[in-house]
Write a protein that binds this ligand. Structure first.
Ligand code: NAP
Length: 295
């Protein structure tokens, strides 16, 4: 007798995070990969700006679990089109939350360190968000929508992610690596602190969340240590064997972005680490795992 695995709907399956989750999920789950450009077996058309499209994808998958890794992840794009950002990042989660709540499906929703104002840093799950800008306000609202509408939902806040190249959009390490490999200078902020998430660790973190339905509520998953963008870039250059002198100090206060960026949005991930028995990675270890990743 063949046992059919339970259905899992993964939004954002073509994204920086989503495409890393797919291989790990396939097997234990019958994965429906949903986005505007997902293709091949198990792909579903999904436009998060359209609630009917969300309902159609949900009905087609009839999922036991929804992992929501889709949305507009660029804060500047959200600032430029707040109406669209609201539909894609907030209203979509309201709809998904309702559908999960009504069907009993579990919702695991990706959120961001940027929900904090960055005035203090090293935030725990008990700290109150104070988002600035359209993207961050939308993500904070989406967390609330997920938790209220889908009982037992998990909100996983991550920091700026890095990982091996997997096609799709480049991450910050891809751009940095390309410049360093070409012998070009990289300017990195000395006044912006992050606890970057090792994206290639997320499949293991998500597997642990999936294994324990009691892990509902908000959790943080960043790196093990807080560092400035400058320190991070120097560590990357050193670990990858590039010239550290190509990293030049810059200041976020002198830069212009459409969307505000918190000064220090570092996340304390110790609560989830203790709950799932995994340790977040230091920059040194996370970057060392990327040696050779670009061929
Ligand atoms: N990567 C990070 O550093 C980071 C840090 C903190 C939080 N996060 C959060 O983690 C989640 C995943 O981020 P990511 O970096 O993987 O994002 P990403 O690389 O920008 O990918 C976004 C995904 O969402 C899909 N998408 C965008 N607009 C859509 C729409 N209107 N309808 C349907 N699908 C749409 C895209 O697929 P199509 O283009 O194929 O539709 C893509 O699969 C997001 O919630 C983000 O806020 C990410």
């Amino acid at each position: 007798m063949t046992i059919t695995p339970p259905a899992l709907l993964l939004t954002g399956a073509t994204g920086y995070i989503g495409r890393r989750l797919v291989p790990a999920l396939q097997g234990p789950w019958r994965v429906f990969r949903a986005s505007r450009t997902a293709a091949g077996e198990g792909a579903l058309d999904l436009d998060l700006a359209d609630s009917d499209s969300i309902r159609r994808a949900f009905d087609a998958a009839a999922p036991t679990v929804v992992i929501h890794a889709g949305g507009e992840s660029d804060p500047d794009a959200c600032e430029k089109d707040p109406d669209r950002a609201k539909r894609v990042n907030v209203d979509a989660v309201k709809t998904l939350g309702l559908l999960c709540g009504a069907s009993g499906a579990r919702l695991i929703h990706f959120s961001t360190d940027l929900v904090f104002d960055g005035e203090r840093g090293w935030y725990t799950e008990d700290d109150a968000p104070n988002p600035g800008g359209v993207y961050a306000r939308g993500k904070a609202a989406s967390e609330e929508a997920a938790l209220v509408r889908a009982p037992g939902a998990t909100v996983l806040r991550i920091s700026t992610a890095y990982g091996r190249p997997m096609g799709g959009r480049p991450g910050f390490v891809d751009s940095m690596r390309a410049r360093l490999a070409a012998g070009e200078a990289v300017s990195a902020f000395t006044d912006q602190w992050r606890t970057s998430t090792a994206a290639d660790q997320l499949p293991a973190v998500v597997a642990k969340l999936l294994a324990d339905p009691d892990l509902g509520g908000v959790f943080h998953w960043g790196g093990a240590e807080r560092a400035t963008r400058f320190e991070t870039a120097v560590t990357f250059a050193r670990v990858m064997g590039f010239d550290e002198n190509l990293i030049h100090p810059g200041r976020a206060v002198d830069a212009t972005f459409a969307s505000p960026r918190p000064r220090d949005s570092s996340l304390d991930s110790s609560r989830l680490a203790a709950a799932i028995g995994l340790a977040p990675l230091t920059y040194e270890v996370g970057f060392a795992a990327l040696r050779g990743a670009w061929g």
